[in-house]
Design a protein around this ligand. Structure first.
Ligand code: HEC
Length: 217
C-alpha cells in the first residue's frame, strides 16, 4: 500500500506476470478472424452472376427489343412508315417507263409525240393500241418504208430492238406506250412476245407497213 501512496509504479505489485500476459495475447489472437488472402469468394461469385446477366441480357435485348422502337409497346400503332409500302408491286406500264426512256424516247420523244416528218408519234397511234401482233413485230425486227400514223405519212427506218430487249422488257415497254399519253390498251404479256418471237424466227429484214397490215387484227 505504501507504494501506491508513493505514486510510483510497482512492477512487482502488478497482478500480471509475463506468462499471463502472453497467455492473454494468445487468447486474443486466436479469437481474431484470419486475415483474408486475395479476394473473398462470395463477391467474386456475385460479380460473375452480374456479368452473366449483363451478357445474356444484351443478347436478349438485341433479339427482342425491336431496336427500341417505341411503337412496340402500342399494340394498336400503325407500323407502316410513311413512304415505305409493304412490297411495291409495279404494273408492267410502270416498269416499262425507264425502258421507254432508254430505248425509244430519242426518236419518239418522252412525250410520245414523235418528230413531225421524221419519227411518228406513239401517242394516239393506231399501231400502238391496235393488235399486239404488229406492235411486237415492229419492236422485234424494225420497220421501214411508207407508213400512215394518226393521219400523217412517214417514210423512214426504225432499227430492230429484238436482240437488245428481252421478252419481258418488250412486254413492259409496250404496256407502257399502250397506257400512256391518253392511250388505253391492255398489257402485253411476255409470253405473247415470246410466241411472236418464235413464230417470226425465220423472218429476216425489217417489216413494212404493208406486210404488217396483212397480219392479225
Ligand atoms: C432510232 C429511232 C427510233 C427508235 C429508237 C425507236 N423507234 Fe419506233 N419508229 C421509228 C421510225 C422512224 C418509225 C417509222 C418507220 C417508217 O417510216 O416505216 C417508227 C415506228 C414505230 C411504230 C409504228 C408507228 C407508230 O408511230 O405507231 C411503233 C409502234 C414504234 N415505232 C414503237 C417503238 C418503240 C416501242 C420503241 C422502243 C422500244 C421504238 N419505237 C424505238 C424510229 C424509232
Amino acid at each position: 500500500m505504501s507504494a501506491n501512496h508513493d505514486n510510483k509504479f510497482n512492477f512487482e505489485a502488478s497482478a500480471a506476470s509475463d506468462d499471463s500476459i502472453r497467455e492473454v495475447h494468445a487468447k486474443l489472437q486466436s479469437n481474431k478472424p484470419d486475415k483474408p488472402h486475395g479476394y473473398p469468394a462470395l463477391p467474386l461469385v456475385m460479380l460473375g452472376i452480374m456479368c452473366c446477366i449483363g451478357f445474356f441480357g444484351s443478347i436478349y435485348m438485341v433479339h427482342y427489343s425491336i431496336r427500341f422502337d417505341p411503337l412496340v409497346v402500342n399494340a394498336h400503332a400503325n407500323r407502316a412508315k410513311p413512304g415505305i409500302s409493304e412490297k411495291p408491286t409495279l404494273t408492267r406500264a410502270q416498269l416499262g417507263k425507264s425502258i421507254y426512256l432508254a430505248n425509244c424516247a430519242t426518236c419518239h420523244q418522252p412525250t410520245g409525240g414523235g418528230v413531225p416528218g421524221a419519227f411518228p408519234p406513239l401517242a394516239g397511234s393506231e399501231w400502238v393500241t391496235g393488235t399486239e401482233e404488229r406492235l411486237v413485230r415492229i419492236v422485234l425486227h424494225g420497220l421501214q418504208g411508207p407508213i400512215k400514223v394518226a393521219g400523217n405519212d412517214y417514210n423512214n427506218v426504225m432499227a430492230p430492238l429484238g436482240a437488245v430487249l428481252k421478252d419481258e422488257q418488250i412486254a413492259n415497254v409496250l404496256s407502257y406506250v399502250r397506257q400512256t399519253w391518253g392511250n388505253n390498251a391492255p398489257d402485253v404479256e411476255p409470253a405473247t412476245v415470246a410466241k411472236i418471237r418464235a413464230d417470226t424466227a425465220s423472218h429476216s429484214g425489217y417489216w413494212t407497213a404493208e406486210e404488217l397490215l396483212k397480219i392479225g387484227n
